[in-house]
Design a binder for this molecule. Structure first.
Ligand SMILES: [Zn+2]
Ligand SMILES: [Zn+2]
Length: 251
């Protein structure tokens, strides 16, 4: 069965003036995922099971807290915490056993890379608990789908290559993702043309942004005080986006 390809979000993003149209989509998916996990998913048993298994990373827990739905977050966090306690109980046993084994070893056996290996394993399991994130997973699946759609549009939608070539390129993260996925979905001349265009606009727009940043710093020279900002006023914010895929909202 042919899967439905929703091209509208890509068209919409590429019609906006921004440093990375994929980052715009990423921000939207992230915001709707935060709402989803605080609302709808709390009522869905299968999603609760997933949340209990994986939890969320620091950044996404913070986003969910900042979203203000304390009851949604409390309900979800409570069951996740109960499951985490189970893991911690098992983990505590392993950590104690590892410490006892380590303590019983003669000094010469505790030298080198094996020192504390059992406890390092237990620590690794705890670290997994802290870093695994269901929202990150959902986001990356969605973004992969969007990059696929972009490549599909480049090949099949007559008007898209022009709009794409007039865009300002991408942030480094999405640029890498597009380069990596291109040969999986494009071939022959279309692949060549896509990579040529993408790499050209990427370098060109990094140069353009670097110039804008330079003028931003020059504006702090008193001799330039009265000269116009041009497009440089928000160059720092846009550079953060270009280099780190963080979309800074506040000015
Ligand atoms: Zn991006
Ligand atoms: Zn995350």
């Amino acid at each position: 069965m042919k899967q439905h390809i929703d091209t509208a979000p890509i068209w919409e993003s590429y019609r906006q003036d921004c440093e990375c149209p994929l980052c715009l989509l990423n921000t939207k998916v992230e915001a709707s995922s935060v709402d989803y996990f605080l609302g709808e998913s709390v009522m869905e048993p299968s999603q609760r099971v997933e949340v209990n298994k994986k939890g969320f990373c620091a950044g996404h827990f913070k986003m969910m807290y900042d979203a203000g739905n304390r009851l949604g977050l409390a309900l979800m966090t409570h069951t996740y915490m109960k499951e985490t306690i189970e893991t911690l109980r098992e983990n505590a046993k392993r950590a104690k056993d590892a410490a006892a084994a380590e303590a019983g070893k003669p000094i010469f056996k505790r030298l080198g890379g094996q020192k504390g290996a059992g406890l390092a394993e237990a620590a690794g399991e705890v670290r997994d608990l802290e870093t695994r994130c269901l929202l990150c997973e959902r986001l990356s699946q969605n973004m992969e789908r969007y990059v696929y759609t972009l490549l599909y549009m480049y090949k099949h939608e007559a008007e898209f290559p022009k709009l794409f070539s007039e865009s300002k390129g991408m942030c480094l993260k999405h640029y890498a993702q597009a380069l990596e996925m291109a040969p999986k979905h494009l071939s022959g001349d279309v692949l060549k043309k896509f990579v040529e265009t993408l790499t050209d606009i990427e370098v060109k727009n990094f140069e353009r942004l670097s110039g804008e940043l330079e003028w931003f710093t020059n504006k702090f020279d008193y001799r330039n005080q009265d000269k116009p900002w041009g497009t440089s006023k928000d160059a720092v914010k846009r550079s953060v986006n270009k280099l780190s895929h963080q979309v800074v909202v506040e000015d």
